[in-house]
Design a protein around this ligand. Sequence first.
Ligand code: PRP
Ligand code: URA
Length: 207
Amino acid sequence: MVKLDDHPLVQHKLTKLRDKNTQPKEFRELLSEISSLMLYEVTRDLPLKEVEVETPLGKARGKVLNNKDLAIVPILRAGLVMAEGMLQILPSAKVGHIGLYRDPNTLQPVQYYTKLPEDINEREVVVVDPMLATGGSAIAAISILKSKQVKNIKFVCIIAAPEGIKAFKEIHPDVEIYTAAVDEYLNDHGYIVPGLGDAGDRLFGTK
Ligand code: PRP
Ligand code: URA
């Protein structure tokens, strides 16, 4: 199942993110903010443990997260800014990195870097990348995690193409996709239409 985040704040910021006139500084801020907001829905089912605290007036029972449960894994490069946004809300989550880029001719993902927390297989893992286009990069990243015996994985993107969702679900039907939009189609160069363009280039000003 695909979980669409249609919260007004997310949709408002997504529209500004798509705008071709939005420059890298604001683009990074918006992507980070959207990611923080989306984390609310992504973490809805995280386990809580009961604790007791002292208020100025007495004892109160409450619930807290066990932050040790979670790891955030951005797909480089564009996932980095999403991870930063999520760490604003969950600063003690561990972070792993998976470096992948799409070969511009074949559109196949090329893996160039992986660094994961040692206890990654004991954690719930949130993989982040703003674009799910052909799905190749997300599929490869999740296959890497599964090869390390990670069992509990969620994938969070900002814009997904129907082609990417279909390919992803065929290979990883057990992994929930969270997205802020499902767009129309992929063009001949594998770009999402209308999308937002090349996420990495817009974030880091490389084109
Ligand atoms: C973009 C994006 C995804 C990938 C999506 O990265 O951030 O990782 O494309 O496309 P796919 O679903 O067809 O695999 P890119 O390959 O441009 O690498 P970069 O972030 O290093 O620029
Ligand atoms: N990668 C991007 O950055 N944008 C797209 O539309 C597709 C892949």
